[in-house]
Write a new protein. Structure first.
Length: 304
């Protein structure tokens, strides 16, 4: 068998309410990428995406791996790719970012290209278009990002002990492109200031373990008011989670999954979310997840 490299990449929930395109949290639901160089391309997929993901060079994992190889000036005749996926597609849990990060991290190890974590972050961001999912997938924990041209500034922070995230995942997909198209071209000063202050408070509350502030901190005026109409009555799921005891509930990424932040496992929260989805006509499952390690950073320490 040819040498191979394996990357284990976590899911992520992005935005966290007001942190549009800058905040993300890695969650312990994983995709595993096993990559090797062969004479011709072979792709197999198990788990989520089986029968839907491309089994050729159009596979996003391979597109990312090829991008890194091309940047490094390495010729690759073909890839053998084995994907084992736990992250559902198009549900707001960073499946595309996990594919990109998996391809980059595995290819970097396999080809010995020597790309630094910072270079991987910027390449992943260039492929994905924004860093809020790729950063936690790479570094784990809670990540805060800002872009200056092609440069991506990122700090990875350790989330508070005891944080649980109940993610209600409906049998319903949401296109990221459609969700972005729903956003306005400009915002008022009032809404801009509102989100800046609430995003800052969200980070402070999470870092300091101030769970009592999360519901107020995670209010948003930049993306949720424009995306929720694409998924009529989804706000009822968020309200049901909070009424059942969740600290806060937000869209996970661009949706349609709902992420409820909790300080304990609580069956009532799970039941409330499932029942709320049922009332609006969708079957859903709830996964209780915790902050996770990233593909590069098992010790929560960002190596940049």
């Amino acid at each position: 068998m040819p040498p191979s490299a394996i990357a284990r990449v976590p899911a992520s929930t992005a935005n966290l309410g007001p942190g549009f395109d800058c905040l993300g949290l890695a969650l312990d639901l994983y995709n595993t990428v096993n990559l090797s160089v062969t004479g011709m391309t072979e792709v197999s997929v198990r788990g989520e995406g089986t029968g839907a993901l491309p089994l050729n060079q159009q596979n996003l994992v391979l597109r990312a791996a090829n991008r890194l190889a091309e940047q490094a000036g390495v010729q690759v005749p073909g890839w053998r790719l084995e994907q084992e996926n736990e992250i559902p597609l198009a549900r707001g849990l960073g499946s595309s970012s996990a594919a990109i990060v998996g391809g980059l991290v595995a290819a970097n190890e396999l080809l010995r290209t020597g790309a630094s974590p910072q270079e991987l972050l910027e390449l992943a961001t260039a492929i994905e278009g924004h860093p809020d999912n790729v950063a936690p997938a790479l570094f784990g924990g809670l990540t805060v990002c800002a872009r200056e041209g092609e440069t991506v500034h990122c700090v990875a922070l350790q989330p508070p002990a005891g944080l649980q995230v109940a993610v209600a995942i409906p049998m319903l997909e949401m296109s990221t492109e459609a969700a972005r198209a729903a956003l306005p071209n400009s915002y008022s000063r009032e809404d801009t200031v509102y989100n800046l202050t609430h995003a800052a408070l969200t980070v402070a509350a999470l870092v300091e373990g101030r769970f009592d502030l999360l519901r107020a901190a995670m209010q948003d005026r930049v993306h949720e008011p424009y995306r929720l109409p694409l998924m009529p009555r989804l706000v009822e799921v968020m309200e049901a989670a909070q009424e059942a005891g969740a600290l806060a509930a937000v869209l996970s990424g661009s949706g349609p999954s709902v992420a409820a932040f909790c300080d304990r496992l609580e069956a009532a929260i799970e039941e409330a979310m499932v029942e709320a989805f049922a009332r609006i006509g969708h079957k859903a499952e709830v996964r209780w997840l915790q902050p996770a390690h990233g593909a590069l950073d098992p010790d929560w320490t960002m190596r940049v």
